[in-house]
Design a protein around this ligand. Structure first.
Ligand SMILES: CC(C)(COP(=O)(O)OP(=O)(O)OC[C@H]1O[C@@H](n2cnc3c(N)ncnc32)[C@H](O)[C@@H]1OP(=O)(O)O)[C@@H](O)C(=O)NCCC(=O)NCCS
Length: 206
């Protein structure tokens, strides 16, 4: 059987799956990057609740200009194989870490988060999500994109570099009372990103 995924707008019904996927993804990818104590207090339900706040009680997106897409892979125990979310560039992190003014000025649209189920890393799901997000940004009239990544998250940085991202700023991200170095990667042109297919993994699921 050929397994494929589709990328579509997220709905409130996806949030439990997104929380469960992100929690498992973080336990796999962020062990050693973030403090164990911080990771230990995360839960799938807590993450799902955080993402659910982006919808109204009637299931609409609570904020305009904030694309939230999921990779939906029917047949998997958790069909939410990944998600991407973003919107207008934030001026500060949740803990108040300020964003350099030149980043806000030059890159007004931000990718806030992208996560793929850890058993599917290097299967092309992240590239497809990124391309679909760039298309949404373009539809909103945006021409560029920025995101922040932990400076020691080497696999994610390799991913962003492979997609053409360039480092444009350094800052810190405070999580659980500890400050971690982070780097902004940016794209001045969305066009090359919007040509990416959004189905059919390249590789067998591990
Ligand atoms: C970063 C992430 C979203 C990438 O998604 P993915 O589906 O694994 O990436 P893809 O398979 O689409 O990779 C596309 C290209 O990026 C590069 N790449 C991706 N992961 C890489 C890695 N670990 N090492 C080196 N290059 C990598 C490769 O060039 C790859 O193409 P190739 O496989 O044909 O060589 C995913 O690994 C993830 O969820 N990581 C954990 C959470 C995280 O760090 N999120 C980012 C927070 S800022």
């Amino acid at each position: 059987m050929t397994r494929t995924f589709d990328i579509r707008a997220a709905s409130p019904a996806d949030m439990a799956g997104a929380g469960s996927m992100q929690h498992a993804c973080w336990m796999h990818a962020y062990r050693g990057l973030l403090d164990d104590a911080f990771l230990a207090q995360l839960s799938p339900e807590g993450i799902a609740g955080y993402h659910a706040r982006h919808f109204t009680s009637s299931g609409e997106h609570a904020q305009p200009r904030m694309p939230f897409l999921v990779a939906d892979w029917p047949g998997r125990a958790n069909p939410i194989a990944g998600f991407v979310r973003g919107g207008p560039t934030r001026a500060a992190s949740a803990a108040g870490d300020p964003v350099p003014q030149h980043v806000i000025r030059n890159f007004p649209f931000e990718l806030f988060a992208i996560h793929v189920a850890h058993d599917l890393h290097r299967s092309g799901v992240g590239r497809a999500l990124f391309g679909a997000f760039a298309k949404e940004a373009k539809k909103l009239g945006e021409t560029s994109l920025v995101l922040w990544v932990l400076t020691n998250n080497a696999p994610a940085i390799a991913f962003y570099r492979a997609l053409g991202g360039q480092p444009v700023a350094e800052s810190v991200l405070t999580l659980g009372g500890k400050a971690y170095p982070q780097t902004a990667y940016a794209w001045s042109d969305l066009a090359p990103l919007t040509c990416v297919r959004n189905t059919s993994p390249r590789r067998r699921q591990r």
